[in-house]
Write a protein that binds this ligand. Structure first.
Ligand code: ADP
Ligand code: MG
Length: 263
């Protein structure tokens, strides 16, 4: 790498001309085509798009779980070649182990990485305290509400201190009211922890109210069709009318959905 590249102010996560084909016995599925995006350090970005358009595939690329068929995926300008602890991945289901208490669920990632020690356990406790789960540390998951469990799952992802968090529809299993509350809580926590975030959601309101930037994907093979920067004042003030953004994004999406892929 040349000196000029080393000090270049590349984005935290960059996808350049990325395409992904899945090859199965039934044939080849082109999941993504010519995807270009940049997410700068500390930016909260959301990805919306019709189901099957490749959103999860895009997250898996950044997680290092899927390799691009062509193009490049980089973290701090360096090619992502496999899973790295700089990147945390959180899924829709909370996957907390029922027989472990909340603290030992939250420290699982650290255990798996062989990094559980007095300091990292204390950090996990501090995160639980800070984000309202301190008194539930020794409760089992079933003793917590769905919203609290999902908050615990987020704290588990944060406990390994990743720089980038990938969230794949993390709130879609929750009821409407819990979901609204948790949208705000999760966005606040992730901003406070100064994380770079890539959130996948079906819910346009959720994308607009949580994110600095919303990217809209076309139907499969997915590509980034449009991108909107959401001004902070729109995000932080529920009284501000977010509906103009929601409407524009809906229009972008609707076109793809009318030709829909049927799932
Ligand atoms: P989304 O998350 O937007 O719903 P996905 O990324 O899961 O979309 O899937 C994109 C397309 O790729 C879909 O047509 C899906 O069936 C296909 N696909 C996803 N994962 C695989 C896989 N491991 N093998 C084959 N096809 C896959
Ligand atoms: Mg998906």
């Amino acid at each position: 790498m040349s000196a000029s590249q080393e000090k270049s102010d590349h984005a935290k996560v960059t996808l350049r001309d990325v395409s992904v084909n899945y090859v199965t016995t039934e044939g080849v599925t082109r999941a993504l085509e010519d995807v270009n995006l940049e997410i700068e350090d500390g930016v909260f970005a959301a990805l919306v798009g019709p189901s099957g358009c490749g959103k999860s595939t895009l997250l898996s690329l950044v997680a290092g779980l899927v390799s691009p068929t062509s193009g490049s995926v980089t973290l701090d300008g360096k090619e992502i070649t496999g899973p790295t602890r700089q990147i945390g991945y959180m899924l829709q289901e909370d996957y907390l182990f029922p027989w472990r208490d909340i603290l030992s669920n939250v420290t699982i990632g650290l255990e798996v990485q062989g990094r559980l020690n007095v300091q990292t356990r204390q950090r996990a406790r501090n995160l639980l305290d800070e984000y309202g789960l301190g008194e539930f540390m020794h409760h089992r998951p079933h003793q917590l509400s769905g919203g609290m469990r999902q908050r615990a799952a987020l704290i588990r992802t944060l406990a390994t201190d990743p720089e980038v968090l990938l969230l794949d529809e993390p709130l879609s299993a929750l009821d409407y009211q819990t979901r609204l509350t948790l949208q705000q809580e999760m966005a606040d926590i992730l901003r406070q922890e100064k994380k770079t975030v890539l959130l996948v959601t079906h819910n346009i309101h959720e994308a607009v109210s949580m994110s600095d930037r919303v990217m809209v994907m076309s139907r499969r093979p997915g590509t980034i069709k449009s991108s909107y920067d959401i001004p902070t004042e729109h995000r932080d003030d529920p009284g501000k009318d977010q509906s103009a953004y929601v409407a524009r994004i809906w229009d972008d999406l609707d076109h793809s959905m009318l030709r829909g892929d049927g799932n």
